[in-house]
Structure formats: structure tokens, C-alpha cells
Design a protein around this ligand. Structure first.
Ligand code: NAP
Length: 224
């Protein structure tokens, strides 16, 4: 991988991803919305670029992506945010990043989504949860419609536990949890695996080493 552009680079999964990329010797640029966070990206060994994806224009984002081999969309409005920011960050930020990637000529696009977002939401769900699910679902649907070389990673509940390197990956899985460190390792492996282009999968902790789990998925896709 030449250089990876990470949107929402100060996030908890993104920080783990930067560690993996640094250890592999990969270059990365981290897009963040807070000046102190940009300094942190340099401390992680990458280049920090200050851009708020809610207000930045597509050209600014495209300039930040230019020269990268891939974009990873790792941003999210977070659990404490209201309905509006699900639309402007989880959905709008992704769409803007998809457009910017195309404009910058960066074909590879890996999106962190969430498990179960295509399922109907319970009628008693909070407004915020309903908005979150819709934002992730619709951003994924838009990405699938692009000509980008996309992969959509849909993890279960994220934890801060140490990673185990053992996962379960399939188009649909029973609900479960997974350490953010393992999500980051999966994304790093996805970036090295062109066979995962145009695939979408659920991801929870399991029993298979990451490379084997991804190989099984892409073999199943070939057969299907
Ligand atoms: N929590 C779960 O159990 C769960 C499960 C499945 C999927 N997910 C999804 O997985 C992804 C990664 O999760 P995570 O725990 O790493 O999230 P996180 O720690 O909340 O990181 C999200 C990052 O997005 C950044 N961001 C928000 N608004 C932005 C803006 N306008 N411009 C630029 N950056 C912005 C945040 O920046 P600041 O630091 O400045 O706020 C933050 O660093 C998220 O999309 C989340 O929805 C979460």
C-alpha cells in the first residue's frame, strides 16, 4: 500500500489502524477536525490534515486524498451526538469522502459501517439510534452504487479489549462484539487484499485468524 488516507483519524479504531500501518511501514495521512489531534497524527508517524468533514468542501478533501492508494472512512458522530450529526457525519461525511476519492482518482475505499443496519429498527428505538442506523445504511448503499473499489466492514459492538487476532467474518452473522484493535487489523488486511474489493461483511470476534477468515469470505463470494 502506498499511502492510506484516514477520515476521522483520531477515532479509537483509526488510532489502532495507524499503529498497524506504522508497524507495517505504510504511510498514512489522518484527517481530523481539531488542531491538537493533527499533532497527534504526526506523533503516530503520519501526516495530520485539519479538515472538518461537515463543513469542508469536496475539493479540499480531494486535495487531502490526492496521492493516496486508499481512503478509509473511520469517522462517526458518536453515541452522544444528536440526530442531525448522524446525517452530517456518518452519512454526509461518507458521501463527501466518496465523491472526493473519485475526484482525487483514489479508487480504493474502505468504509467502517455497523452490523445490522439493513435490518428494520425496533419501533421503540430512540430517535438517535434510528438516525444512526439510517445514516450508516444509506452511506453504505451509496458507496455500493459508486464505481469505487469499495469494501464495507460492518463490526458488531466495539470494545477496548486487547485484540486476539481471531475473528468471524461473513456477509451476515449473529450479533457479537469485537475489540477495536482487531477491527483495525482486519482493515489493514483488507487494504492488502484486492479480493475483498466490492464485498461487504459482518465482523465479530471468533476463532479464525484474520487472513483465513477473509480468504474464506472471498472464496465463498467466488463460488456464489
Ligand atoms: N461503538 C460501537 O460499538 C460501534 C459498532 C459498530 C460500528 N461503529 C462505528 O465504527 C466507527 C469507528 O468507531 P470508533 O469507536 O473508532 O469511533 P470514535 O472513536 O467516536 O471516532 C470517530 C471519529 O470521527 C471523528 N469525527 C466526528 N465528526 C467529525 C467531523 N465533522 N470531521 C472530522 N472528523 C470527525 C471524531 O473526531 P473527534 O475526536 O474530534 O470527535 C472521532 O475521532 C464509527 O463510524 C462507529 O459508528 C461503532
Amino acid at each position: 500500500m502506498t499511502r492510506v488516507a484516514i477520515v476521522g483519524a483520531h477515532g479509537k479504531v483509526a488510532q489502532q489502524l495507524m499503529r498497524v500501518l506504522y508497524d507495517q511501514g505504510d504511510e498514512f495521512v489522518g484527517i481530523v477536525r481539531n488542531e491538537d489531534h493533527a499533532d497527534d497524527i504526526y506523533r503516530f508517524g503520519g501526516e495530520g490534515i485539519l479538515l472538518d468533514i461537515e463543513t469542508a468542501d469536496v475539493d479540499a478533501l480531494a486535495t487531502a486524498f490526492a496521492g493516496s492508494g486508499a481512503v478509509v472512512f473511520a469517522a462517526g458522530a458518536g453515541g452522544d451526538s444528536g440526530v442531525e450529526r448522524k446525517a452530517t457525519v456518518d452519512y454526509g461525511g461518507s458521501i463527501k469522502s466518496q465523491t472526493a476519492a473519485q475526484r482525487a482518482g483514489v479508487a480504493r475505499f474502505v468504509q467502517i459501517s455497523a452490523m445490522g443496519v439493513d435490518d428494520p429498527v425496533a419501533p421503540d428505538a430512540t430517535e438517535s439510534w434510528t438516525a444512526y442506523v439510517a445514516a450508516k445504511r444509506d452511506a453504505d448503499a451509496e458507496l455500493r452504487r459508486t464505481a469505487l473499489d469499495w469494501t464495507i466492514v460492518r463490526p458488531g459492538a466495539l470494545t477496548l479489549d486487547d485484540g486476539t487476532g481471531l475473528v468471524s467474518i461473513a456477509p451476515r452473522l449473529e450479533r457479537g462484539a469485537i475489540p477495536r484493535e482487531d477491527v483495525a487489523r482486519v482493515i489493514a488486511e483488507v487494504l492488502r487484499s484486492p479480493e475483498t474489493i466490492r464485498s461487504q461483511f459482518d465482523l465479530v470476534s471468533g476463532t479464525a485468524p484474520i487472513g483465513d477468515a477473509l480468504a474464506d469470505l472471498t472464496r465463498a463470494n467466488d463460488i456464489g
